[in-house]
Design a protein around this ligand. Structure first.
Ligand code: SAH
Ligand code: SF4
Ligand code: F3S
Length: 466
C-alpha cells in the first residue's frame, strides 16, 4: 500500500468526552503517520472511543489523551515519531495528567521496550487490540502503564463503522483485509500487522452502502495485498475472490468511483483487469509496486516474480485497459545491489511508463529476513545517488504521462479548492491524476468534464466544458 502524503503530514482530530461518571480522560487527539491503512485504523480507533463517550476537538493542547498512530516501515518513519514524542513529553511536563498512547506498527514492533525507552508513554496498543483501548486508557488513568500488543488471526473490525476524517465527504477508505503473509525480505509489515485475514464481504458492502447514503462519491478498498482477498460466505457457501468483491462494490452505484490498493504483481491476474474493464466506475489506475527491475534482487527480496513476469503484467494492463495509469514503489540500494541491477531498475521504470512512483532508500529493519541473512552493504552515498537517478527519471515520465492528456476531455470528480487560489478547484481523473481548473459555479462533489490545456509533472490544468 502506497505511502500517501500522510507519511509526511498529520491527521489530527480530537474527541470531546461526555462525562461517564468518573471515566477519564475526556478528550482525545489522534495523530497519524504511515500508510492509508493507518489512516483507516485511526478512523476505527476514533469510532471505538466514541462508543465510550469521547468526542472530537482539533486542539491538541486541550486533549487529556494523545494517541500517536505510528509507522515502522523505515528507520526515518520511526525517527519522526520519536521527534513528536519529544514534543508530547514537554506538554506532559506542564500538564502531568495528560495521557500519551503509542498505537499502530511501532507499538507492535517495540512492545514493552517503548515503555522503557519513552518514560512518559502511558499506553502501548498494537493494531489488533483497539477494542481494548478504553479499558487500557482507564488503567493508565490510575497511574499503571497499560499495554496490549496481541496480534489476532481474526480481527478485522468488521462490525465497526469508522468515523470519517475526510472533511469534504467525497472519498473514503474501506479496509477489506488486514495483515500480510508475503514476508518480503526487507519488510516489517508481517511482524507489525500479523497474518493476512479478509473481512466479511457483507460488512464491506454494508459499509460502502452507508457511505453512498452519506453522499460519498469514491471508495478506496484497502489491503496490503488486495489480490489475495478471499471470503467464504457462510449463508451461500460462495467463495468470493477480489475480482468478485470489486464487481459487487462497483454494482452498488454507477456514480460511485471505486479504487483499490495495493496490488501485488505476483497475484494480480487478468480477471481483475477484465473486471476493471467491465465497469466504468472502477478507476483506471493501478498501484503495482515493482521494488526493483533486477530478477536477482527480486529473488533476494523474496517478491515471488521476475522482471519478465512484472513486465508481462504491465503489458496485460495496457492491452486490457488502454487508458490505465500505473504507479509503483521502488527501493534503491537493497543488499548487494550492483550498478547493473540499478540500471535494470531504471530500464524497467522506462518500460513500464509509470505515471508516478514512491521511491525509497533501503532501510534495514530489525528481525526481517534481510536483516538476519544479508549485509546492508550498499554505501549510503551510493543509495542516495541511485535514489536521485530514480526520482529524476520518474519526474520525466510523470511529465510525459501528463502531456499525453493535453487536448483531451477528462471526467473529474471535484474534491476541493486549490491550495494556490480560491478561484480554482481541484479533483482527480479516473487515472488518479490531479486536475486544477477555474471554479466558475462548480461544487465539491460534482463530476465535470475538463478540457486539458497544460500540465506540470504533478498536475493537469484545464477548463470545464459543458
Ligand atoms: N503491501 C505493499 C507495501 C507496503 S509498504 C506492497 O507490497 O506493495 C510500502 C512500500 O514501502 C513498499 O512497497 C516498499 O517499496 C517500501 N518499503 C518497505 N520496506 C522497506 C524498507 N525496509 N526500506 C525501504 N523501503 C521499504
Ligand atoms: Fe511488505 Fe511485501 Fe507484505 Fe507488501 S507484500 S506489506 S512489501 S511483506
Ligand atoms: Fe503501514 Fe507503516 Fe505499518 S506503512 S502497515 S503504518 S509499518
Amino acid at each position: 500500500m502506497h505511502q500517501t502524503k500522510i507519511d509526511k503530514g498529520i491527521i489530527a482530530k480530537e474527541l470531546r468526552f461526555v462525562p461517564e461518571i468518573d471515566s477519564k480522560p475526556s478528550k482525545v487527539f489522534v495523530e497519524t503517520y504511515g500508510c492509508q491503512m493507518n489512516v483507516s485504523d485511526s478512523e476505527v480507533v476514533v469510532s471505538i472511543l466514541k462508543q465510550h463517550g469521547y468526542v472530537y476537538t482539533e486542539i491538541m493542547e486541550e486533549a487529556d489523551l494523545i494517541l500517536i498512530n505510528t509507522c515502522s516501515i523505515r528507520e526515518n518513519a520511526e525517527q519522526r515519531v520519536r521527534g513528536r514524542l519529544d514534543v508530547f513529553r514537554l506538554m506532559k511536563k506542564r500538564r502531568p495528567s495528560l495521557l500519551i498512547g503509542v498505537i499502530g506498527c511501532m507499538a507492535e514492533r517495540l512492545k514493552e521496550k517503548l515503555l522503557e525507552e519513552q518514560k512518559m508513554v502511558d499506553l502501548v496498543v498494537g493494531p489488533d487490540s483497539y477494542r481494548d483501548l478504553h479499558k487500557l486508557v482507564q488503567q493508565a488513568g490510575t497511574g499503571q502503564k497499560a499495554i496490549n500488543v496481541l496480534l489476532s488471526r481474526e480481527e478485522t473490525y468488521a462490525d465497526i463503522s469508522p468515523v470519517r476524517f475526510d472533511e469534504n465527504k467525497i472519498s473514503a477508505f474501506v479496509s477489506i483485509m488486514r495483515g500480510c503473509n508475503n514476508m518480503c525480505a526487507y519488510c516489517v509489515v508481517p511482524y507489525t500487522r500479523g497474518a493476512e485475514r479478509s473481512r466479511d464481504t457483507q460488512t464491506i458492502l454494508r459499509e460502502v452502502r452507508e457511505l453512498i447514503e452519506m453522499g460519498y462519491k469514491e471508495v478506496t478498498l484497502l489491503g496490503q495485498n488486495v489480490d489475495s482477498y478471499h471470503w467464504t460466505d457462510t449463508a451461500t457457501g460462495d467463495e468470493i475472490s477480489f475480482p468478485r468483491l470489486l464487481s459487487l462494490v462497483a454494482q452498488l452505484s454507477s456514480k460511485l468511483r471505486v479504487r483499490f490498493s495495493t496490488s501485488h504483481p505476483k497475484d494480480m491476474n487478468d480477471e481483475v483487469l477484465h473486471t476493471m474493464a467491465k465497469y466504468d466506475n472502477i478507476c483506471k489506475s493501478i498501484h503495482l509496486p515493482a521494488q526493483s527491475g533486477s530478477t536477482r534482487i527480486l529473488e533476494l527480496m523474496k517478491r515471488g516474480y521476475t522482471r519478465e513476469w512484472y513486465l508481462s503484467r504491465i503489458e496485460a494492463i495496457y492491452s486490457i485497459l488502454p487508458t490505465c495509469c500505473v504507479t509503483t514503489d521502488i527501493i534503491a540500494g537493497f543488499c548487494s545491489e550492483t550498478e547493473d541491477d540499478h540500471q535494470q531498475t531504471l530500464s524497467l521504470i522506462r518500460e513500464a511508463k509509470y505515471d508516478f512512483g514512491f521511491m525509497f532508500k533501503y532501510s534495514e529493519r530489525p528481525k526481517t529476513y534481510a536483516h538476519r541473512k544479508y549485509p546492508d552493504d550498499v554505501p549510503e552515498s551510493i543509495k542516495s545517488r541511485r535514489l536521485q537517478e530514480i526520482i529524476d527519471l520518474m519526474k520525466v515520465l510523470s511529465v510525459e504521462s501528463k502531456k499525453l492528456d493535453i487536448g483531451n476531455v477528462l471526467e473529474v470528480l471535484v474534491e476541493g479548492t486549490s491550495k494556490k487560489s480560491k478561484h480554482q478547484l481541484y479533483g482527480r481523473t479516473s487515472q488518479n491524476k490531479i486536475v486544477v481548473f477555474p471554479r466558475e459555479s462548480y461544487q465539491i462533489g460534482d463530476y465535470v468534464n475538463v478540457l486539458i490545456n497544460d500540465c506540470t509533472s504533478g498536475t493537469l490544468k484545464g477548463k470545464v466544458i459543458q
